[in-house]
Design a protein around this ligand. Structure first.
Ligand SMILES: Cc1cc2nc3c(=O)[nH]c(=O)nc-3n(C[C@H](O)[C@H](O)[C@H](O)COP(=O)(O)OP(=O)(O)OC[C@H]3O[C@@H](n4cnc5c(N)ncnc54)[C@H](O)[C@@H]3O)c2cc1C
Length: 368
């Protein structure tokens, strides 16, 4: 059985970023990913400007900028009833950028490989056991061992489930997503439209395609699909990608020899388009902690990492908290707005809330 310093489950932005920084620091790094890349993902495809500093540390700014993309210059909030508020987005090096996840995630995964991570695609983790090290089993019958395990496997994390950490799913809402032909003169705007049944997000991802996300309770989804048929010309039989849950209790990001990063640790409301940043940054923070742990700077006499005793784990948890501080309340506010018809109807007085929306949007798109 091959043995690694760190095994990372999931090759999305969280897992690939963590793998790149771990391997770049010289750790024997394994990344196991269920899908064969490139693959699409239910997402609005928008990179919050906070992603750029992390991409810079991965030396990926130029390569990401060279992918087919759109630079987004404004967000158009449309309230129930049709009133609009348009808020400008930053331009230049700190712009909001949209790129298909098939391209972005594939580039990040390749970068992890360039740093020396061992990457196994089309490999699903199905079993975990731990004594001193972790033993990781896959659906294909392979086994691996690692000192540290990282769950970067998204909102329905298998790692968290196998470790009995995953909360019961709340199936309050689902999201559908697809790429459609870009309508003429759509412009470089993000549209966030509140409807009585849920909300819709639209953004161009290149010169030809429009990302469309529909978010609603399952019983209301047909109404949103009908809206997409009428307004966007989507065929009623169109096949959408789908994901759930949209809300889930957050999990502590550090446990004994175990880290949870990205959506596996905390699922944020998609409305504000920040999940990819949290995924990448938490992957980077976890890598710093894991490097210290593997180098033996934080081991107890038994050689085992004990929860709560080590400053490295405490520092990682503190840094994760810091990453969300000052931003999470806006995300919660967005969730209240999209869940509560009363708050949403408050938005219909758009002219009066314009300064508020402008200042909230500025906070979201200001890099940390
Ligand atoms: C409708 C919607 C719109 C969104 N829009 C945006 C947006 O515009 N901007 C933004 O920043 N965020 C957005 N998000 C959030 C964003 O998509 C996530 O926060 C982000 O993908 C989290 O990255 P991750 O690496 O943690 O997880 P994921 O991207 O979910 O990656 C997890 C990976 O783990 C793999 N995996 C799962 N189980 C296993 C297993 N058992 N074994 C091996 N591999 C496994 C999966 O195949 C996947 O590749 C949106 C979310 C939704 C639902």
């Amino acid at each position: 059985m091959e043995t690694f310093d760190v095994a990372i489950v999931g090759g999305g932005p969280a897992g690939s970023t963590c793998a790149a920084f771990c391997a770049g620091a010289g750790l024997r790094t394994l990344l196991l990913e269920r899908e064969k890349f490139p693959r699409e993902k239910v997402c609005g495809d928008c990179l919050n400007p906070s992603c750029w500093p992390v991409l810079n540390r991965l030396d990926l700014v130029q390569r990401v900028s060279a992918l087919p993309h759109a630079k987004l210059d404004s967000v158009e909030f449309i309230a129930i009833g049709g009133r609009k508020v348009i808020v400008d987005l930053p331009s230049g090096g700190e712009c909001e950028f949209s790129v298909k996840r098939s391209l972005f995630d594939h580039l990040l995964l390749k970068r992890a490989g360039e740093f020396g991570a061992h990457i196994h695609e089309a490999t699903t983790v199905t079993g975990l056991t731990t004594s001193h090290d972790w033993k990781i089993e896959t659906g294909g019958g392979e086994s691996f061992a690692a000192s540290v395990l990282v769950g970067a496997d998204g909102r329905n994390s298998t790692v968290a489930r196998l470790c009995n950490l995953l909360p019961r799913p709340q199936r309050e809402r689902i999201a559908l997503q697809s790429h459609l032909p870009l309508p003429d003169n759509f412009g470089n705007r993000v549209v966030l439209q509140l409807l009585s049944h849920g909300y819709v997000g639209l953004s161009p991802v290149n010169g030809e395609e429009l990302n469309v996300c529909l978010v609603a309770k399952p019983r209301n989804m047909n109404a949103l699909k009908t809206w997409a048929t009428k307004r966007l010309g989507v065929s009623p039989t169109h096949v959408w990608r789908t994901i759930t849950p949209l809300t889930r209790a957050a999990l502590p990001p550090a446990h004994e020899n175990l880290f949870l990063i990205g959506d596996a640790a905390r699922v944020v409301e998609p409305f504000t388009g920040e999940g990819i940043y949290y995924a990448m940054r938490s992957g980077e923070l976890a890598a710093h902690a894991i490097v210290k742990i593997i180098r033996g700077e934080d081991r107890s006499a038994t050689g085992r990492i004990r929860r709560g005793e080590q400053s490295t784990l405490r520092e990682f948890v503190r840094a994760c908290g810091e990453m969300y501080r000052g931003r999470l309340w806006i995300n919660r506010l967005a969730r209240v707005a999209v869940l509560s018809p009363r708050t949403a109807s408050f938005l219909s007085h758009a002219a009066r809330v314009q300064p508020v929306l402008r200042s909230l949007t500025a906070k979201i798109v200001t890099p940390n």
